[in-house]
Design a protein around this ligand. Sequence first.
Ligand code: GDP
Length: 359
Amino acid sequence: MKVVLIGVGQAGGKLTQRLAQYDQKMGFGAVQGALAVNSAKADLRELDLDTVLVGQDRVKGHGVGGDNELGAEVMQSDATEVMDALDGRITAQAEAIFVVAGLGGGTGSGGVPVLARELNRVYQVPVYGLGVLPGRGEGAMYQANAGRSLKTLVREADATLLIDNDAWHTSGESMGEAFEKINQNIAQRVGLLFASGEAVEGVGESVVDSSEVINTLRSGGIATLGFASAAAAESAEENVNAVTSMTRKALLSNLSLPNAIEADSGLLVVAGQPESIPRKGVERARKWVEQETGSLQVRGGDFPLDSDRLAALILLGGVERSERVEEFLERAKEASKQTEEPDEDPAEKFHNDQLDDLI
Ligand code: GDP
């Protein structure tokens, strides 16, 4: 699937860069263009991407702190500059646009829903969100920001792929180490998803194509991505069990939004050397995913990759009813109560309520 990526805020920019680098390193050619947008000049300077600085008149390049309402405002006022910078990057080949952000901060959290709406107005291709949820250990402001941002992003984007910062966290790691690992995991999984929708020369019919990724995301709402890999034996028959156990692992213990298993739709992609992928095993695993997710729309296919390992990638669409999402929204609501000012000035409240419609 040919994609254009727009990273907003610090996490958005870093992840976009990681995704672009992974795609290049693997030679997939799925990432057609990448742009980073931020209100903090220093964060943009660290990136090896084309960049747009927003909100210069309001925050002078210093960022919006954790104020996601201000993040939404500066994106709205400078939307034309961002759209101009994109012009020409969203070519006829682009099949989807991904807006990428950490939902708990300020610039990305507030800016990304605004940008998704603008993009949807102008472009025909689907606009997806790739959003990072704050881990449980992050403060109330992050939770509250992410709750509001998520609700708006789900409304404005065609679907929102969520990554939970607790998904791959092991105890004893510093925040920096944890981010590094999470970003690496995201780049690999999401990078493979983009690539799996790419046409591959000279390979049979069960190869996944972009429309299957798009159809899996068609129900809108929230999506999650699971992944697992295993060493491959040479012949397909010997790999039937490996495919089954990888698929179980990807779904049951390795989703980007853990335990968000109940889904409207799904896509199982098995990647590896074409002659080592057992068609029967893939079909059996696909049926198992249907049973587990309660969805009758689970697609399956393979992605030829020159590797001595096999990998299972599972994309689930429409997981917003899952306990994990409800639990997060509850956490965000509580945090919102904690962070609210007790005696709000009515004029300011009116202003804030208007902004509620925006972000
Ligand atoms: P912004 O620059 O104002 O948009 O704020 P950030 O991008 O720093 O967003 C803060 C949120 O993103 C917090 O919830 C952090 O946990 C998360 N975050 C920041 N940097 C990273 C990163 O490199 N990787 C991941 N996975 N999350 C990050």
